[in-house]
Design a protein around this ligand. Structure first.
Ligand code: ATP
Ligand code: MG
Ligand code: MG
Ligand code: MG
Length: 482
């Protein structure tokens, strides 16, 4: 089944259960001061859950463009290094607004994945909320009972408040959730280590696929819970992960969602995916980030020096950096991938077709300007290399490598690569010391945030001081409740 058919199968399935299909909300959020990007399917229904708005239909389903690069959900550092977290991804979801509840939500999740998509029961695990003393809540016996209709007892696991209880914020709608996990390891591996030990352990082949949230409480200002008069269902399933499972792959990037772009990238860079791990990471990062950037621009969010625009600029520059360092690109290349992306996703998301020219133009200009910054840094590095040779040194000093990192956006990898080409090494310990000092400075200003609805919206400086300097400021801002 190709990805287009899988997306359609999901929506058709919920149409057959009397759901109304709604459009994805924009990925870039314009009218909510507490949220910069859509990070879950339920965002667009927030006012319904809060009771501020009536639902147009009691049952809806969709595929929602999500971006998880800030606030509570920030997966950026994982992206490309692992094979199943993206910056931009599609979250398939179905909702009940005061209509059906746990029984149907679980039965239908099972019916879709097991009966329709053919995922074997002996590869699946369900988790249910184990309860919490603080909240005077016991095990979610109702969810447990329903899962036991479908799965044997050793595949229905109890999960903690962290993974199995969802809250919108300090107050408001909340409730227990049940997650489905799928074990994709080979039989031999599965015989060695039981899958139950690997659920929620960041194993790349034992992954969470679907989260079913049962919104049944309201958290009051004094922290206590009251039962909601109308109970809701809110579910989210990673589309790219679903494609990996259905297509029998071990990485989201091996599916037809990403392969066309990776293939094109291979042609442009003259490298082949699957031959060298570092190149592969770079290709995954670029194939991923391209989507985040293209969809953001299609939504009207251009790269800039503040707020959402800066986050997008930063993602784009991260992709350029990986291409520059590992794939040898010295000229703009990302914009050349837009055509392939459009061919692949333009049907489901017509905005990619409508905005193709703009997307290409903006990306190309950004690439050109960032490549110029990189080349300024390279000039500085050349001077450092010359100085080292004059003084008969074999090493670039850690603090110099840090200035390159902090001011010119040179990751240590890149400095090392160029130094090595010139017969030099880099004082890594010295670099790490400077980095640690920088982190401490950030940490002192930081305050951990925990809510879904308090996100970074304040950036301390809008001046372009250099790539990672601004990145550091964003990191500080992210923790500051505004
Ligand atoms: P994980 O534990 O794998 O990070 P999560 O618990 O943060 O996932 P949820 O917030 O429950 O994810 O989102 C619902 C579903 O969306 C997940 O079950 C998963 O299939 C998918 N998903 C979450 N984050 C990502 C991501 N960064 N890239 C792709 N799919 C994702
Ligand atoms: Mg996560
Ligand atoms: Mg999880
Ligand atoms: Mg989850």
């Amino acid at each position: 089944m190709n990805s287009k058919a899988i997306r359609k199968a999901f929506l058709d399935f919920f149409i057959s259960k009397q759901h109304t299909i709604v459009d994805s909300a924009p990925m870039v959020v314009k009218n909510d001061p507490t949220l910069m990007f859509t990070n879950a399917g339920m965002n667009q229904f927030k006012d319904i859950f809060l009771g501020n708005q009536a639902a147009k239909a009691a049952r809806v389903a969709d595929t929602q463009k999500c971006l998880r690069v800030s606030g509570k959900h920030n997966d950026l550092e994982e992206v490309g290094h692992d094979t199943y977290h993206h910056t931009m991804f599609e979250m398939l979801g179905n909702w009940s607004f005061g209509d059906y509840f746990k029984e149907e939500a679980i039965d239908w999740a099972w019916e879709f994945l097991h009966d329709k998509m053919g995922i074997a029961a002996d590869r699946m695990y369900a988790t249910v909320f184990e309860g919490s003393e603080d909240d005077n809540l016991g095990l979610d016996v109702e969810a447990q009972r329903i899962w036991l209709k479908h799965l044997p007892a050793d595949r229905v696991l109890n999960g903690s408040k962290k993974d199995n209880f969802w809250e919108m914020g300090d107050t408001g709608p909340c409730g227990p959730c049940s997650e489905l996990h799928v074990d994709l390891r080979d039989d031999e591996e599965r015989a060695k280590v039981p899958g139950v030990d690997l659920v929620n352990q960041d194993h790349p082949l034992v992954i969470e696929i679907w989260n079913l949230v049962f919104i049944q409480f309201n958290r009051k200002a004094n922290g206590s819970l009251e039962e909601l008069p109308a109970k809701h269902v809110d579910t989210g399933m990673g589309f790219e992960r679903l494609c990996m499972i259905i297509q029998g792959k071990k990485s989201n990037y091996d599916t037809d969602v990403f392969q066309p772009v990776i293939g094109k990238l291979g042609t442009l860079s003259n490298k082949k995916y699957g031959e060298n791990e570092k190149d592969d990471i770079a290709m995954r990062v670029i194939a991923d980030h391209l989507r985040a950037i293209a969809f953001a621009i299609a939504d009207g969010q251009l790269p800039s020096n503040n707020k959402a625009g800066y986050v997008i600029r930063r993602i784009l520059r991260r992709a350029v950096r990986y291409g520059y360092t590992f794939l040898g690109f010295r000229e703009p290349f990302i914009y050349q991938l837009v055509e392939t992306l459009k061919e692949n996703m333009g049907d489901a998301f017509p905005e990619l077709q409508a905005q193709q020219v703009l997307i290409e133009k903006v990306i190309k200009e950004e690439e050109e300007s960032f490549l110029r910054t990189l080349s300024t840094g390279i000039k500085l590095l050349d001077e450092l290399i010359g100085k080292a040779a004059d003084n008969n040194k074999k090493e670039i000093e850690g603090k110099d490598a840090f200035v390159l990192y902090d001011t010119y956006g040179f990751p240590l990898d890149l400095t090392e690569l160029i130094a090595r080409e010139n017969g030099l090494s880099v004082d890594e310990a010295g670099f790490n010391k400077e980095m640690e000092a920088q982190k401490n400075r950030s940490r002192n200003a930081a305050q951990q945030e925990t809510d879904d609805w308090v996100e970074l919206i304040k950036i301390e400086s809008t001046a372009f001081l250099g790539y990672d300097q601004l990145e550091a400021e964003i990191r500080i801002a992210r923790y500051r409740k505004v």
